[in-house]
Design a protein around this ligand. Sequence first.
Ligand code: GAL
Ligand code: ZN
Length: 665
Amino acid sequence: MPELKLPFLGHGGDYNPDQWRDRPDILEEDVRLMKLAGCNLMSVGIFAWSALEPREGEYDFGWLGDVLDRLHAAGISVFLATPSGARPAWMSRRYPEVLRVRPDGQRNLHGERHNHCFTSPVYRAFVGRINRALVERFGHHPAVVGWHLSNEYGGECHCALCQQAFRAWLKARYGTLEALNRAWWTGFWSKTYSDWEELHSPSPVGETSIHGLNLAWRRFVTHQTADFMRAEAAPIREVTPELPVTTNLMEIFGGLDYFEFCRDLDFASFDSYPRWGGPDGEWTALCAAFNYDWMRTLKQRPFALMESTPSQVNWHDVCKLKKPGMHLLSSLQAVAHGADTVQYFQWRKSRGAAEKFHGAVVDHVGHEHTRTFREVQSVSGALAKLDDVRGAMPEVRAALLFDTQNRWALEDCQGPRRDMGYLETVLEHYRALRRHGVALDVIDETCDFERYHLVAAPMLYMLRPGVAERLEAFVRRGGTLVCSCRTGCVDEDDLCFLGDFPGPLRQTLGLWVEETDALYDGEANGIRMNDGRSYTCRALCDRIHPETAETLGVYTADFYAGEPCVTRNGLGEGAAYYIATRPDAEFLDDFYTGIADRAGLECPLRGLPVGVGAMARGGLLFVMNFTGRAVRASLPEGVDVLAGRRTGGETELPVNGVLAIRPGR
Ligand code: GAL
Ligand code: ZN
């Protein structure tokens, strides 16, 4: 697998010269401004299909060649994009099968983007042809250092071709209709299928109540999208096997199983649009960091921050400007967590259409004398001093298990609450561990657990085959496992485990769950620990029966007051904890402080003020102030390579301050 090997930390953005072909002066000026901004990496051609193939079979690549030559002459590298994210109108008109069909069976009209059928042989053929032409013409151009496939793959198509492909996929997965009927429990409501042709994707005007079908469909969508992506990458892999291939992924995206999807990519890249400037800076920063940790873990490689905005977006409900310093801070946060590039949507604001007010390095004013431009320059200045981190992976010995297929199953789950709060729960555990300074991978059920000391796996509702066994082996060999309510309920087809929950994790956790109470929003129960500390909890309360587990805390209210709520099961060399409810932040903070100490996790800079993040990468310790105010923190002795100043002892961190400390005297 080719790696992303840049001789520098990448800095640049989506560049759309296709929109400015009638303005050679602007195309020239772009290069001057890129050099001035300290940019060295542009993503080119992402939505350029109608400029590249204005009429069927007529390619116009000359302008793109000029752009690549010009960038190369200026020492700027390029991720060359394939244009499949949006197609020309002539294609939809002549070949309507390329248009996506909605779940209600209605075919879309031509419009928008990201709206093609992933199965259509016609679309695949068009994409294959233009990609081959692009790679043959430009694959060996000295500016090109990698491929940017399409844009933000996502969505689904319900056309007849996709239904056929779905049925074929089901046949391959289940073999026989009997096996499928059994796995989906179709005896319920008389759903038994008697012919493969009866199978159809879930639809609001059809079937939504077979959870096994819903899960299968979502798995198929990942499979089919990845299959499309493989097909579009085939000519590229053939002609330029040495160049790494990526596509840009989205924030906490649940439409695709990214671990599965990314098996075909050489490195992950990410589009990051946090709501900076909101009321809770710590939470915003945590969500961003969570995504970065996920992206790094997907391939266990540094990732590209493929998109971010240098100022504001145009699609949040309220699009705040990044306050002074926030752009540098937020960019270096991605680097601290594993990014080898800082890139933007977009280089230059378009003059018209949907994104004309989306932030860009170059505004409509067209020159460099803007605050945003200076903030971007500050990032190039910093990146030049951070070369130590390039290619480096942080040392990580703890993992948070966030499994997309589990998320699908939980989202579909009917009872005991409509919203099970999986994502929020995962983020709450993440916050507690990060507050304690623990570096985390964000893994899924298919990842190797053995490389970690601690695996936190809240709400692991759906256990795919072998996962419980691997978790048990992990604990027996000395690992620490943390589970919480709604664990081990269903198998990979969404069938409940018989013999009660937590199903195949019963022995590992040393308990069984008799029933689960649901609390109204705003309603709470309490937890009292053996040492007397007490906390609140909410949403869900399992009533549990410890078998080999010891009780660490009990409920304080309702008819199950005094019953166990927090347990620990020693097993082999390790231990498995169970938190039978959704506890408050104070509980998780205290709980993970104890756990991290016992699991021997080294925490850089524990005890930082809440909202100040720390992350070590490539021998540098990044300290990042997301609190929105100046705070005092105790820093290790060393040198902040950004400011070129010695550090040590109590120090004031300015608003949006960021340091990269090389420890030492
Ligand atoms: C991304 C997309 C870009 C641009 C950007 C705006 O999701 O890939 O093309 O639309 O959002 O923030
Ligand atoms: Zn389709």
